[in-house]
Ligand binder design. Structure first.
Ligand SMILES: [Fe+2]
Length: 361
């Protein structure tokens, strides 16, 4: 299978994975042939694209970072928790199941710990907050595993990450859902969410100081330019240093009311540009090794004009995957595979972009 961006979908293409809607209901099953009506609906709902099975990609297997079931169950749990806190209901039972779900995520990630993360997000535009919380937890745990954290520390890190924006419950929904850029006053109000989240997690949920600090510090930047306290470098807790990065990465790769989603490689370039200014160098190095800038199944443009599908990524050379060439310029060719990582005759070829707009197929 491969990932086909929404702008490149054509009638008759066959879906390879289900597509879920805002309440995690299945909008499209796997194995369906796309009609124009389906394609229009996918674009209207602002999905970035769909996994497709075709002759070029039938042998490409794309491993989910975590299973769809767990991802959906966890995002439902987070939604329930946010609602309960908003309505002043007792969230203790929901918190218990969230801890179990975080442990489930850790188990699944530990089972695949040598695999690079393939984050092509099929989340629907409408359920951003909850899916975002789950993604930030997944990415943070991936970093924690790669940094060698103990099992109990991973649970605390996952909890801190999944709850990082819990303070937004206490901010006016007018500000949270504003489709445009916030005014200075609104932004000052918004900034209060990290401290409010810390206070709630500490006093009401009685979570450990490490978990609460991750929540309080998820907008603190390595150079001291973040908020709420302008902490820098070693003053920021290790959870805070991880969550600030994974939060920004997932936000950049998501469609927002005021801007489109960036591709994983564009977001990774932002992360690379922020090493030692915005982000802790050690956390960034681990993140760059573990998260694929060109996920398996994405279509890329090479500097020699060829179009290719990514087949496999390597941690040491994340910008040079194994690929399958499917087009030479505008001409279709008999597909053939190249390994950009270890074939020295290909050293002058680089990936120039991810194919994400119309007209490339
Ligand atoms: Fe936040």
């Amino acid at each position: 299978m491969r990932f086909v961006p929404a702008g490149c979908l054509r009638e008759g293409m066959e879906t390879a994975k289900p597509l879920y809607g805002r309440n995690n209901e299945i909008l499209l099953m796997a194995g369906i042939r796309l009609s124009q009506k389906y394609i229009d609906s996918i674009r209207r709902k602002k999905f970035s694209g769909v996994y497709i099975n075709d002759d070029l990609s039938r042998d490409i297997d794309i491993v989910n970072t975590i299973s769809d079931e767990l991802r959906i169950e966890t995002s439902r749990g987070i939604k329930k928790l946010f609602m309960e806190i908003k309505d002043h209901n007792d969230p203790r039972a929901t918190m218990k199941s969230i801890v179990q779900q975080v442990d489930g995520i850790i188990e699944e990630l530990l089972a695949n710990k040598n695999v690079m993360v393939n984050m092509i997000d099929l989340k629907c535009f409408d359920n951003y907050t909850y899916m975002h919380s789950v993604n930030v937890a997944v990415l943070s745990i991936v970093v924690g595993i790669a940094m060698g954290f103990e099992r109990e520390v991973l649970t605390r890190l996952g909890l801190s990450a999944i709850l990082h924006d819990i303070g937004k419950v206490f901010i006016s929904s007018k500000i949270i859902n504003k489709p445009g850029v916030l005014t200075d006053k609104e932004f000052d109000e918004m900034k209060k969410h990290s401290q409010l989240g810390y206070d709630y997690a500490r006093r009401r949920l009685k979570l450990s100081q490490a978990v609460c600090l991750g929540i309080a510090e998820h907008h603190e930047k390595f150079d001291g330019s973040g908020y709420p306290n302008g902490k820098k470098g070693g003053e920021i807790s290790r959870f805070g240093k991880i969550i600030v990065l994974t939060d920004i990465y997932d936000a950049l790769t998501s469609e927002r009311p005021y801007r489109g989603a960036q591709s994983p490689s564009e977001a990774m370039e932002y992360i690379m540009g922020g090493v030692e200014t915005l982000f802790d160098p050690r956390v960034s190095t681990v993140f760059i090794r573990k998260v694929a800038p060109y996920p398996v199944g994405t279509t890329v443009l090479l500097s020699n004009g060829d179009t290719a599908i990514v087949l496999e990524n390597y941690e040491e050379v994340c910008l040079r995957p194994r690929v399958r060439v499917i087009k030479r310029g505008d001409e279709d060719v008999t597909p053939f595979d190249l390994n950009l990582a270890d074939d020295y005759s290909l050293l002058n070829i680089v990936i120039t972009s991810t194919v994400s707009d119309d007209g490339a197929f």
